[in-house]
Design a protein around this ligand. Structure first.
Ligand code: SAM
Length: 293
């Protein structure tokens, strides 16, 4: 969905994967609304990194319709839309966009200006999840989503979530030599615990000069460690971590790569509903889209 007329927006980011990501997400959103149309539940949309509704990619090459506007434009409607955006100016642009382009939906829209983790906790607390089903889009630039937020989401047992996991940022934070001090807290906050320390490092089997003359910069707790984290391994680990809190996670996340083919983001899908019928349907739709779009 490209924009015909180029609108002024303060939102510039992403690369060629931005459109792919939005197409995957919107395809799921459309199918979700159809699948739930005759169910007794109210349908809630939550866009926790909402932006302005318009996107200019940072290479300046594309003007795209953003997730907020796509969700509001879908043929079938949610019963309520929650948008969270940390930046005041972007939240104002978003509000203006809703007021001018979707006046009939205004009373169903709540826009929060603030941190996604805080506001999501508030929304999760305010909604009675026995009577509501939610679709959540987590589309951060980097490591903004706390693991504890994902735990809260999974506890609702009612929210399907698409999460753009910051793959390249994680890879860059993982130290080459297994000395964990610099980004340790951030990685723990992102992945929920420090299991990555044993997952991605092993003792270097080769005896080198470093073992004879140990150097503080290469030694961690008396051992010299080597990083063992190729992209496939990191991908599998992220999915396995999500599986510790969500009862159902797609095994076919999409890897978005830059022009040099390095992985930038991992687009993951997880279901918090415990019903196997709900899981089977949601997973079937998501996997079909992930394999074909
Ligand atoms: C990748 S953009 C999201 C784009 C949006 N999904 C779209 O399709 O137009 C990330 C957005 O999150 C906002 N943001 C950054 N940190 C945030 C935080 N902690 N909480 C909420 N929003 C945040 C940024 O200002 C930016 O607008």
């Amino acid at each position: 969905m490209r924009m015909g007329k180029q609108m002024a927006t303060s939102q510039k980011f992403g690369g060629h994967w931005t459109e792919e990501k939005l197409n995957i997400f919107t395809s799921y959103l459309d199918a979700y609304l159809i699948a739930l149309q005759n169910q007794k539940f109210k349908k809630i949309y939550i866009d926790a990194f909402a932006g302005t509704g318009e996107i200019e990619t940072s290479d300046g090459e594309q003007h795209l319709v953003g997730s907020a506007k796509r969700a509001l434009s879908a043929d079938m409607k949610f019963d309520h839309y929650y948008f969270i955006e940390a930046d005041d100016q972007k939240a104002d642009e978003l509000r203006n966009m809703v007021n001018t382009e979707f006046p009939l939906l205004m009373r169903m829209v709540t826009i929060y200006c603030g941190d996604a983790n805080d506001k999501l906790a508030q929304i999760i607390n305010d909604v009675d999840w026995r009577y509501n089903r939610g679709l959540l889009f987590l589309d951060p630039y980097a490591t903004q989503v706390n693991w504890t937020t994902l735990v809260d989401v999974s506890r609702t047992q009612s929210i399907d979530v698409w999460y753009l996991f910051p793959f390249s940022v994680l890879e860059r934070m993982l130290p080459k030599n297994g000395k964990y001090d610099r980004w340790e807290d951030c990685i723990d906050r992102l992945l929920g615990d420090s299991g990555w320390q044993t997952e991605f490092y092993r003792k270097d089997p080769q005896l080198t000069l470093f073992d004879i003359f140990p150097d503080e910069t290469t030694i961690n707790q008396g051992e010299r460690l080597v990083k063992d984290a190729n992209p496939e391994h990191v991908k599998d680990y992220i999915i396995s971590r999500l599986e510790t809190i969500f009862p159902c996670v797609s095994k076919h996340p999409r890897i978005f790569r830059n022009v040099k083919r390095s992985p930038m983001f991992l687009f993951c899908f997880a279901i918090s509903n415990k019903s196997s019928a709900a899981q089977n349907l949601a997973l079937k739709i998501a996997d079909y889209i992930l394999k074909n779009k």
